[in-house]
Ligand binder design. Structure first.
Ligand code: CDP
Ligand code: CDP
Length: 228
């Protein structure tokens, strides 16, 4: 079997998935796949097209014909670049508007079907660190290593606030951020299709009080424990 291992990292918003997954991928020489960026790109397209967020057939239609490209540089200073239908949306997918609507779009069956297909294509040869909500449970249920990252809502809101401050963006209050994060947690974990859930065979790491380097080192050590 020449397939390279797959590391699946799931967890709620702000648990540190993107940051840690990218560092793990860079350290192990694996490809990094940000599946949230794909749901965000499609949500951007829905909003940009002027489609009503409740017009589910129109959203399904858009999903079934969308082409998403991702370029993850190993340079951690640069964002993952994202294109949908050949339009670059890197700078748009983290907006408050996309964030507010993404969980709704991601709950639709046609959307999940199409993005699942595109994500699994990335994993055909393995050699991937994939990060999202349903990687260990649905996208790559046979992943060699599954990690479930968590942290308290307060801690995750604080991290998001720091992100905004570092980017020189207007930040929401801690209370607003907690509310937005808790809402998305609720929608993502109670939806019918592929909800946010720890896979039975995932290792859970609570990142409260842990640095990025500590979490990264822990995952790399678990990976080496597997004999790779
Ligand atoms: O980075 P952050 O945690 O804020 O979110 P993200 O990973 O960019 O994901 C944005 C949204 O996409 C989530 O809140 C989910 O609704 C959806 N998503 C999903 O349903 N399944 C995935 N595998 C990844 C993201
Ligand atoms: O992808 P996800 O939404 O799970 O989280 P992220 O965007 O990777 O991380 C959110 C923020 O928390 C980033 O600014 C990280 O640098 C920070 N972070 C942290 O302070 N401590 C950790 N153990 C992990 C992430």
């Amino acid at each position: 079997n020449s397939r390279q291992p797959i590391v699946a990292i799931d967890g709620p918003a702000g648990a540190g998935k993107s940051t840690v997954a990218r560092q793990v991928a860079a350290a192990l020489g694996l490809v990094y796949l940000d599946t949230g960026a794909m749901y965000r790109a499609l949500t951007w397209l829905v909003l940009d097209s002027g489609i009503d967020i409740n017009d589910l057939p129109a959203i399904a239609q858009l999903a079934s014909s969308c082409q998403i490209q991702l370029a993850s540089s190993t340079d951690l200073e640069n964002p993952v670049r994202v294109w949908i239908n050949d339009r670059e949306v890197t700078q748009h997918i983290r907006s408050l508007e996309v964030t507010a609507h993404v969980s709704k779009v991601a709950s639709q069956s046609a959307v999940r079907q199409e993005l699942l297909r595109q994500q699994q294509r990335w994993g055909q040869k393995g050699g991937l660190v994939a990060e999202g909500r349903d990687i260990g449970t649905h996208v790559f249920p046979n992943a060699e290593l599954k990690i479930f990252l968590t942290a308290s809502v307060r801690e995750r809101a604080r991290r998001r606030q720091q992100d905004f401050e570092h980017q020189g963006q207007v930040t929401l209050t801690l209370e607003q951020l907690e509310k937005s994060i808790a809402e998305r947690d609720f929608l993502d974990s109670t939806r019918e299709l592929a909800p946010l859930q720890k896979a039975a065979d995932a290792m859970e790491i609570c990142t409260d009080g842990l640095s990025i380097a500590e979490v990264t080192a822990k995952i790399i050590s678990l990976y080496h424990d597997l004999g790779y």
